[in-house]
Write a protein that binds this ligand. Structure first.
Ligand code: 16G
Ligand code: MG
Length: 546
C-alpha cells in the first residue's frame, strides 16, 4: 500500500475552504478561480488513481472555457482522449467536497471501490489556458499527481482539444500521431494541404482569406504558432489575439452565438468569412455580413450539415457502404434536422445536451458527425470504417474516381481531431470543404434557412423540480408544465419549444423556434411565464420581449 504521508502533508498546502460544496458537472468543475486550489490538487490525486486503474496516461486540463477571466475550472481526460468516465465523476465530487481531515478516507474509499493497485505507475498530462490563475492552479494539479508518486508531463499552454489529442497519441503509442504540439500541427496541416490540392479551381487570395476571432484566449496563440505549417494555403487575419482585450469579453464563439452579432474587435468586409473560437478553442462558429449590413451566423448545425454532406458525397463516389449519422441536441434548429433527414436522407439522432452524450451516440455509427448548435463538435470514424477507407485508397485496382474519393476521405480523417470538438481542426476541415466544393460562405449558408429562434432563462427556487425525457424535449415534471407548453406551441406555425434545467448555471433554459421572429419571441415569453408559474419562479415575472 502506498504511503499517504505525502498526501497529508501536501494537501495541507492546498486547504479546502470549510463548507464549500462543488460538483463535477457537464464540463468538470467551474467556479471563481479563488475557490479552486484544493480542487486542483485533489484532481491531481484522482488523475493519478485513474491512471493506475486504466494503466494508461490521463489528462487534466485547467480551463473555464467561455466563462469570464476571473473563473477557472478543470476537466479530466480518459485514455482515448474522451471525457472522464461518468462513474468517476462522482469520485471527483466526493474528493472535492471532503473536509480537510476526511480527505485520506475519501481517497482510500475510491482505491478500495475500484480495487486500485497502488504499486502501478501513474502518468498524467497537464495543460492550461491563458487565464492569469491557470499557472498556479495547474501547479496544484502537478502537486497532487506527485503526492501519489505519479509522473506528470506539463504541456503548459495548450487548447483543450490539443491536450485530448496528446493523451490519445500517448496511449496509442503514436498510432494516432505524435504527442507534441508540433506533431499536432504537422498531422492536421499536412492533411489540410492534401485536401486543398483537390480544390475546385485556383483560389484567389481573397478566397483563401479567413478572419479569426481568438476570444483573447489560447486559440489565438495556437493559430499563430500553426501559421507557418499552412504554407499560405489559408490566409488568416487574427483578431482578439489577447494582446489587449480581455478573455471572452464581447468576443468569442459563445458571445457571437448567444448575442447573434459579430464580436467586437474584428474587421470583416461584407461577404467575407469570419469565425470565432471560444476561450479554450473547443468551439467554433462562422459568420458573414451581407451587403445590407445584415449579420448571418453559421452555427454548429450548419457546420454539421456541410461536413455530413461532404462525407456523404465522398462515400457515394467511393462506393463505400458505410453508415453515416448526424448527432444533434434539442437545440438544433428544426430546419437543419428537416434538411438532413428529408433532403440529405441522413440518419439524425438527438441526445441530451453535453458533449459526452453526443460523443457516445456518434460512436454507434461507422461515421458519426456530432455538433451542438453552440459550435462544439467533431466526427468519429469507427475502426472498421477507417480500415475500409485505407484499403480502398491503397488498392491498386481501384479506379480513378473511387481512388480520389478514398484519398479525400483518408485526409479528412487525418485533419479531424476525433477525441473532442476542436476549433482549429474544424476550421481546417471547413476551409478545405469550401475550397474543394468551390462554395462561398453565402452558398453554404443557403443550404437551408434557419427558423427564427430564441433562448431565455428563468430563475426558479430549485431547478431540479424540472425533470425531462425524450432527450430533454419533454418535461415530465412539474405537473402540468408540458401540457401548458404543448398548448402554447399549437398556437404558432412551425413551432417547437422545450425547457430544461441548466447544467452549468442556476437557471431553467427556455428554447423556442417558430415561423417568424415575432411569434418565436411571443411564444418564448409565454413558455417562460408557464415555467415561472408552475416551477416556482423567483424574482420578477418574465416580461414580454417587445
Ligand atoms: C457545457 C457542455 C456543453 C453544453 C453546455 C450546456 C461539455 C464539455 N460542455 O458547457 O456541451 O452545451 O454545458 O450548458 O460537455 P447548460 O446546461 O448550462 O445549458
Ligand atoms: Mg470551450
Amino acid at each position: 500500500m502506498a504511503d499517504f504521508q505525502d498526501v497529508s502533508e501536501q494537501s495541507s498546502l492546498h486547504p479546502k475552504p470549510a463548507e464549500l460544496v462543488s460538483q463535477y458537472g457537464t464540463a468538470g468543475f467551474r467556479a471563481n478561480a479563488k475557490l479552486l486550489d484544493h480542487i486542483m490538487f485533489r484532481m491531481g490525486l484522482l488523475a493519478a488513481l485513474r491512471s493506475k486503474k486504466t494503466k494508461a496516461t490521463i489528462g487534466v486540463m485547467v480551463t473555464a472555457s467561455h466563462n469570464p477571466e476571473e473563473d477557472n475550472g478543470v476537466k479530466l481526460i480518459d485514455p482515448m482522449g474522451e471525457m472522464l468516465l461518468q462513474t468517476w465523476e462522482s469520485y471527483a465530487t466526493q474528493l472535492a467536497n471532503a473536509e480537510q481531515e476526511d480527505l485520506l478516507t475519501a481517497l482510500k474509499d475510491v482505491i478500495e471501490k475500484e480495487a486500485i493497485n497502488m504499486s502501478q505507475e501513474a502518468n498524467v498530462f497537464v495543460g492550461k489556458d491563458t487565464r492569469s490563475s491557470s499557472s498556479s492552479l495547474s501547479q496544484a494539479v502537478l502537486d497532487g499527481v506527485a503526492a501519489l508518486g505519479g509522473h506528470s508531463k506539463d504541456y503548459g499552454l495548450v487548447t483543450t482539444p490539443q491536450l485530448h489529442y496528446m493523451v490519445r497519441c500517448q496511449n496509442t503509442q503514436g498510432k494516432y500521431g505524435e504527442a507534441t504540439v508540433e506533431g499536432y500541427y504537422k498531422k492536421l496541416c499536412q492533411a489540410f494541404i492534401q485536401l486543398i490540392n483537390n480544390k475546385a479551381s485556383n483560389c484567389t487570395d481573397d478566397q483563401k482569406h479567413l478572419s479569426v476571432d481568438g476570444a483573447n484566449g489560447i486559440g489565438a496563440l495556437k493559430v499563430n504558432e500553426m501559421e507557418s505549417h499552412l504554407k499560405k494555403e489559408l490566409l488568416i487575419s487574427l483578431f482578439n489575439d489577447g494582446s489587449k482585450g480581455k478573455l471572452n469579453h464581447q468576443c468569442g464563439a459563445d458571445f457571437v452565438k448567444v448575442q447573434q452579432k459579430p464580436p467586437t474587435g474584428i474587421e470583416v468586409n461584407p461577404g467575407e468569412r469570419g469565425c470565432s473560437f471560444d476561450g479554450d478553442a473547443d468551439r467554433i462558429v462562422y459568420y458573414y455580413t451581407d451587403s445590407d449590413g445584415r449579420f448571418h451566423l453559421l452555427d454548429g448545425d450548419k457546420i454539421a450539415t456541410l461536413i455530413s454532406t461532404f462525407l456523404k458525397e465522398l462515400l457515394t463516389q467511393a462506393s463505400l457502404d458505410l453508415k453515416i449519422a448526424v448527432v444533434q441536441t434539442a437545440y438544433a434548429n428544426g430546419s437543419s434536422t428537416h434538411y438532413l433527414e428529408n433532403t440529405m436522407k441522413v440518419t439524425v439522432v438527438c441526445t441530451k445536451t453535453g458533449v459526452k452524450h453526443l460523443h457516445h451516440a456518434a460512436q454507434e455509427f461507422d461515421i458519426g458527425v456530432y455538433f451542438e448548435a453552440n459550435g462544439h463538435g467533431t466526427v468519429l470514424f469507427s475502426e472498421a470504417a477507417e480500415e475500409k477507407i485505407q484499403q480502398l485508397a491503397e488498392n491498386p485496382g481501384t479506379d480513378d474516381e473511387r481512388k480520389r474519393a478514398a484519398l479525400l476521405l483518408q485526409n479528412t480523417v487525418n485533419v479531424i481531431n476525433q477525441t473532442v470538438g476542436d476549433a482549429i481542426s474544424d476550421m481546417l476541415l471547413i476551409e478545405a470543404i469550401l475550397a474543394i466544393k468551390g462554395l462561398t460562405i453565402q452558398q453554404w449558408d443557403a443550404m437551408y434557412t434557419d427558423l427564427p429562434n430564441r433562448q431565455l432563462k428563468v430563475k426558479v427556487s430549485d431547478r431540479r423540480v424540472i425533470d425531462t425525457t425524450d432527450a430533454e424535449r419533454r418535461a415530465v415534471s412539474p405537473a402540468g408544465l408540458q401540457e401548458a407548453i404543448d398548448s402554447l406551441v399549437k398556437k404558432y406555425k412551425q413551432a417547437r419549444s422545450f425547457v430544461r434545467p441548466s447544467g452549468t448555471e442556476d437557471v431553467v433554459r427556455v428554447y423556442a423556434e417558430a415561423e417568424t421572429q415575432e411569434s418565436t419571441d411571443a411564444m418564448a415569453h409565454e413558455v417562460s411565464l408557464a415555467v415561472y408559474r408552475l416551477a416556482g419562479g423567483v424574482g420578477d415575472e418574465p416580461k414580454p420581449l417587445h
